[in-house]
Ligand binder design. Sequence first.
Ligand code: ZN
Length: 134
Amino acid sequence: MSRECRIALEALEHIVAHAREARPAECCGLLIGSGTTITEAVRARNASQDPNRFLIDPQAHIEARREARGRDLEVLGFYHSHPHTLPEPSATDLREASYPDHLYLIVSPATDPAEIRLFRLVAGNFLGVPFIAM
Ligand SMILES: [Zn+2]
């Protein structure tokens, strides 16, 4: 287990809405905040040609980092959706995760309420991170 995180309720709602809109394709975006607190979720274009995968548009990623820094915030991690399956990291997710110590949030919009899980990439593995909405 990794340190508990806090996520703004507004950010969670934004992620769920994005995931529902993008269905049946996967959606993705960035998690912005500071320390262990995620205050915002920013949508990114899914640059993957495959609707069952996600690739955050690199330009959007660079711009989000710059924009966050300008407000003394940082990109803490990423979110994506699993339109048809549980919010567990897939083998592909692990293979393509390339930001150590960043947070990876997965949302499953198939259920109501949507199921959300948070992980941190530590030493090449996803560790579950408990979180509370605020
Ligand atoms: Zn995935």
